[in-house]
Ligand binder design. Sequence first.
Ligand code: GLN
Length: 487
Amino acid sequence: MDIMHFTAVTLGEAIRRKELTAVDAVKAVWKEIQAKNPAINAYITLNEEEAYKQAENVQKQIDAGTLSSPLAGVPIAIKDNICTKDLRTTCASKILGDFEPPYEATVIQKLKAAGAIILGKLNMDEFAMGSTTETSYYGATKNPWNQSKVPGGSSGGAAAAVAANMAVCALGSDTGGSIRQPASYCGVTGLKPTYGTVSRYGLIAYASSLDQIGPLAKDVRDCAAILDCICGSDPYDGTSLHLPKAEYAANLSKDIKGMRVALPVQCFEKGLSEDVKSRVLAVAQNLKEQGAIVEEVPLPFLDYVIPTYYIIAAAEASSNLSRFDGVKYGFRAKDYDGLTEMYSATRSEGFGAEVKKRILLGTFVLSSGYYDAYYRKALQVKAFIKQHFDQIFEKYDAILSPVAPTTAPKLGESLADPLKMYLSDVYTVSVNLAGLPGLSVPCGFDRDGMPVGAQLIGAALGEQKILNLGYAYQSTTDFHTMFPEVK
Ligand code: GLN
């Protein structure tokens, strides 16, 4: 059996039809992991023994007719900032050491209840801060399409695992693009849901007002099926929304006739590579041919999104990361004299350079004297961005833009020029600042054969519309069915 030919949904169907078992599925994925993970480094922790146990258990329930969810028996891998009970959760940081959470994130509870099989924990940028998965304490993940390139970040392990068939699908998190950008660099489909759609309980916080968990998968249908499973209100997350019963997968429709799509002109101007530009404009053409109305709109705030995002994200990170002090979790420094020194030695040794930089920046913008000049100002710009998006969505169903200005850069290149790396988040961060849903779909390759992604942004709770646009696009193209040969 070749796992490559299955999506999460078709695999679930095959298992329910008894064409194969959940154990067969885990075996098939494990073969890929063994062959490819040593080179790609997508996983930090493998959950092999438990995965087989879970698969046997799930198969019994399927056989008994007590479990029939679309994801029953489907192997899924989890970004390592999502807490899994008794399974090491590191956030790709030294400071968490061998932390084994005493509880399960809500999304994991939901996946397990649906019969999905947890394969292991995926590599990422330390505390989800980065765009390349190079800031991981556990070493960089390689892009399966070209191992001299990054897989994107921070959910780089998730994107690489799905692209290389080392997982049928994965959960990532997106604070400023961390699902959409790696999905685009690795040629897979990724969805960042509307803020509040998916519970953040058990997601180790980076910037709480921006963080959202979402799927990285082989196609739009899989993303819809996974969202159906993980979304919904949660008493443990006060920001989670009460939504009607999720039926994103059942409501998928290819009929996009008359849908209105906005093309923000500023996103196609300076800084965008020609290859990415032509591929994304080809998506616009495809949607037009299927009956959508595509029109240019201005996006006047684009120059301000990067400073606004990095001020707010760093401010929240500096507060969230204060809990890592050597007392409660994982790692504690060995040499210190007294409590204060224990804190500082632990944090100095436990956090990597990028995380420290953000803590310093965040503490600075929140300090008295600078709060008004930076943090408050950033919140004002954030409100302006949200308003402007709202105006666009009065007239349009979705916005189409690139995901990133270029395809995946070479390993080592981005950390040498961090400002350039931050600027590469220009098309994704405003979606988080405004709390909107964003979908990244593979839309072709650049001249070096690296995948390109297009982004569809929806109004708040407009998931169905962007999923339908993506679904219509994927029904008429085959970029999402192409996989790299990993050696
Ligand atoms: N690259 C952005 C950052 O470093 C986004 C990361 C994310 O979405 N987690 O903050």
